[in-house]
Design a protein around this ligand. Structure first.
Ligand code: NAP
Length: 250
């Protein structure tokens, strides 16, 4: 059977794993026996804390700084991970940024391009490097957003558009590599308690929107991590090109 690689040691890169959803995912995967590369951009201490937490729980992890919107950084990220942990078998494209809530008419080209390169180019680059060595049984999960469905009007259409592009990339790549036994899926979180909302200018955004969410609350990074870990796992061996919406019913 092409889908089984349970005897192979699993090595995962989680991009943007120093905080939020990425950190929760890295810790969960560490507890499940993956060798985990905790990628971060600027916050070394936060990344080292995630590594410490994984090791204290009996797992194996390293932290590697890389701006994943840059090709040379991504190539180095994969080379160093391979050298220190082994061939990369799993990938979580978790990095994503947004900026102050604005209407499209007020967006600068610099902001638009930064959102696209950080959210979409990074996903493309990491997928490309991963696919070069991945074999049957390997898997990728992209962290998209419910914004790809809503369009995020009056808040961040640029961010929503970047997530729409990630959805298309997920679908297209999943079909390109399906016959090789490599699976590519995505999760689309809704309002999750992380630092990201402060970057949008409204730290309490999740609480403000809670009453509009059918489940009447925001989600936690750990709830998103559970779905990511399932999609990566052999338990999801017949799932590819699929999207899990984690948005409390929205
Ligand atoms: P977060 O708490 O703001 O954390 C962002 C992470 O990305 C940090 O670890 C940061 O590293 C890293 N990062 C940023 N730019 C980077 C770059 N160029 N290269 C490498 N790492 C970089 O974010 P989050 O809320 O957990 O979001 C994670 C993902 O979930 C994103 O794709 C986001 O779009 C998606 N999502 C979030 C929500 C939500 O409500 N929070 C909803 C839907 C989708 P440093 O710590 O070093 O800065």
């Amino acid at each position: 059977m092409a889908h089984t690689n349970s005897n192979q040691y699993k090595v995962v890169i989680v991009t943007g794993a120093s905080r939020g959803i990425g950190a929760a995912t890295a810790k969960l995967l560490g507890s499940q026996g993956y060798g985990v590369c905790v990628n971060y951009h600027k916050q070394l201490e936060a990344a080292e804390q995630v590594v410490t937490d994984i090791k204290l729980a009996g797992g194996q992890a390293i932290a590697i700084q890389a701006d994943v919107s840059k090709e040379a950084d991504v190539v180095r990220l994969f080379a160093e991970t391979t050298q220190q942990l082994g061939t990369v078998t799993h990938l979580v494209n978790n990095v994503g940024v947004l900026f102050t809530q604005s209407k499209l008419v007020d967006l600068s080209i610099e902001r638009f391009n930064t959102v696209m390169t950080t959210n979409v180019t990074s996903c493309f680059l990491c997928c490309r490097e991963a696919i070069k060595t991945m074999q049957a049984g390997c898997a990728i999960v992209n962290v998209s957003s419910a914004a790809s469905r809503s369009g995020a009007p009056n808040e961040y259409v640029d961010y929503a558009a970047s997530k729409g592009a990630m959805d298309s990339l997920t679908k297209g790549l999943s079909l390109e590599v399906a016959a090789d036994g490599i699976r590519v899926n995505a999760v689309r979180p809704g309002c999750i308690y992380t630092d990201m909302h402060a970057d949008g200018g409204e730290p309490n955004r999740v609480d403000r929107l809670s009453s509009q969410i059918p489940l009447q609350r925001g989600g936690t990074p750990e709830e998103v991590a559970e779905a990511i870990a399932w999609l990566l796992s052999d338990a999801a061996s017949y799932v590819t090109g699929s999207f899990i919406d984690l948005a409390g019913g929205r």
